[in-house]
Design a protein around this ligand. Sequence first.
Ligand code: FDA
Length: 404
Amino acid sequence: MPSSRFDVVIVGAGAAGLMCALTAGHAGRRVLVLDHANKPGKKILMSGGGRCNFTNLASGPANFFSANPHFCISALKRYRPEHFVELVERHGLDYVEKAPGQLFCAHSAKALLDVLLTECEWAGVELRLKTSIERIEAAGEGMRLATSMGRIEAGAVVIATGGLSIPTMGATGFGYDVARQFGLGVTATRPALVPFTLTSQWKARVADLAGVSCDVAVSAVRGGQRLGPGRERRYREPMLFTHRGLSGPGMLQISSYWQPGDELEIDLLPGLDLPAALAEARRTTPRRQLSTWLGENLPRRLAQALVEWHGEDPVLAELSNARIEAWQQRLGRWCLKPAGTEGWRTAEVTLGGVDTAPISSKDFSVEGVPQLRFIGEVLDVTGELGGHNFQWAWASGVACGLAL
Ligand code: FDA
């Protein structure tokens, strides 16, 4: 097969790869993007429920997990959410702020992918899909690739193959294998932003609640220590009961802290002083049943399930202060040990990845092999829920693309 030569070959036509490609292309580089999938940007298309939460206006280093929390600072500072907003506005993309700072496509994620592909086309980027890479090796100051489409010579190779989540969408450990081949470490990987599964006992209890959602505050608890963000070490976001267990933004967020064996501590009525509120209701509406009162503060089906789980639904007048305290524990500090998570099948991201220690945080080149670079989720940099992961893909893609 014939051999071809490019200034830059990017492996992975996802968010980071396409952003890097269009940046390097606009800077005058001859760029080829390779992907084994039949379509580019599959995760962009499926993200944010098909509408892609493409950035978060408040995105900053504090929203990321990494063994080296400083690594992401430079790229995030250089390419900020407003830069990406400016790009999509230039293309007339309609977007909405669904939650504070979280920007989503107004109609479909396809419009966002089209922005990237149009920019790639304008920048003269070549895209080859359904192409597998058999070998990558350093060749002098450049790189040589053996692919299912023939041999390719490149001035630089950028690995943008993402993480391990959703293997049916084309996720592979390819980037980690390349890293190891060149002597780089790969920190332990695990699924994150992922729903929890429950033990059979809890699964039976919550089976009828599938579809019920409520606002909670949630922490992970390990050895008596609370784990979570900020001073309070908890996320305050909605929780959703599913047929398999617990999901919704609050659960996805805390999954990044949770490890097998840890408990979850869930406050079902965050922000409510339950003992005071119940004592007041006991005084003003003593004949009311507890389930009725709970149903005004929680979804009715959940309120009903709670009194059934705990085997008591007294009228409020019968609630002694000690019983109110017991309900405070049950509702304010609901502790349960999940069976596990739904794993790679549904996780949005991978925690861990290519060790950033030997990688430049400015241009993403590898120490000792400057013609090899890693960007996006394949690196040990993982964002919280809410548009941060795409912001990292854009920011790392641009920083690398400008330096190629
Ligand atoms: P990405 O995974 O996008 O791209 C990697 C590319 O490499 C793919 O095209 C793949 O086919 C290709 N590839 C892999 N192995 C290969 C191989 N061996 N050879 C050739 N090509 C190979 N984030 C966010 O900020 N907001 C959101 O709304 C969401 N929502 C969301 C929903 C769901 C269901 C998921 C799974 C994920 C999200 N995310 C998200 C996370 C976000 O999608 C993710 O962090 C980025 O897509 C990562 O971008 P990358 O370009 O690094 O990898």
